[in-house]
Ligand binder design. Structure first.
Ligand SMILES: C[S@@+](CC[C@H](N)C(=O)[O-])C[C@H]1O[C@@H](n2cnc3c(N)ncnc32)[C@H](O)[C@@H]1O
Length: 209
């Protein structure tokens, strides 16, 4: 989806995301890579919310999967980027290189599905992403989802990655406000069971009852 400019961003090329409404934001790649650039408070809270076998959809370079496994929590990352998967594997994270909508192991048996760093907006279709997450969960399991604290409603549009050398292709993305969490959860067959503000960010627990 993100094309090879994302792979190059993971390799250190400075990239930004341009939205079709003109907004431009730097890609927080260094935060995704973890280490001293990680958002430590966010990662700590999210990691404590991941109970039991956890699947991280769109895990990127896998910092959260790596840490879960280090803590003895069974975890699997899924990402379609070859570079992200390579970095994750070198950090010791079990990761599958696959589209999250393709068949995945343990479907219907995961206790936690993780959607961090805006991944509820993958493909511009948050309902599809949450329905897919619900399929992966066992009864009583939770989907831990980062929503946007400043966005209201669902903002769906086209975005592309850019650097000073390259412009990537447009792809669909959605930014999803926390105000939509309860309604989206219900439409996906989940129920909102908790909201966890972390600094300027916010995570919701959605439960499969
Ligand atoms: C916003 S980044 C999230 C980074 C990640 N959560 C982290 O902590 O580093 C989105 C990630 O989702 C992956 N991705 C996007 N669409 C995907 C799909 N349909 N299937 C699998 N991975 C996907 C991208 O390759 C990218 O690594």
């Amino acid at each position: 989806m993100l094309g090879n400019l994302y792979d190059r961003a993971l390799g250190g090329e400075r990239c930004w995301v341009r939205h079709d409404d003109g907004e431009v934001r730097y890609l927080p790649v260094r935060r995704w890579l973890g280490g001293r650039h990680a958002d430590g408070d966010f990662d700590r809270v999210v990691l404590t919310l991941c109970k039991g076998p956890t699947i991280d959809l769109g895990c990127g370079p896998g910092r959260l999967v790596t840490e879960l496994v280090r803590r003895g929590v069974p975890a699997l990352g899924v990402d379609q980027s070859e570079t992200a998967v390579g970095i994750a594997r070198r950090s010791g994270a079990p990761v599958l290189r696959r589209d999250v909508f393709e068949p995945l192991p343990g479907t219907g048996r995961w206790q936690t599905v993780l959607l961090a760093d805006g991944n509820v907006g993958l493909g511009g279709d948050p309902l599809r992403v949450l329905r897919r997450s619900a399929e992966l969960l066992r009864r009583g399991g939770h989907c831990i989802v980062e929503f946007e604290s400043v966005v209201t409603g669902i903002r769906t549009g086209w975005v592309r990655l850019e650097s000073s050398r390259t412009i990537g292709p447009w792809f669909r993305w959605a930014s999803v406000g926390i105000d939509c969490a309860a309604e989206l959860a219900e439409e996906a067959g989940l129920s909102l069971s908790g909201i966890h503000p972390i600094g300027g960010r916010v995570v919701a627990s959605l439960t499969l009852t």
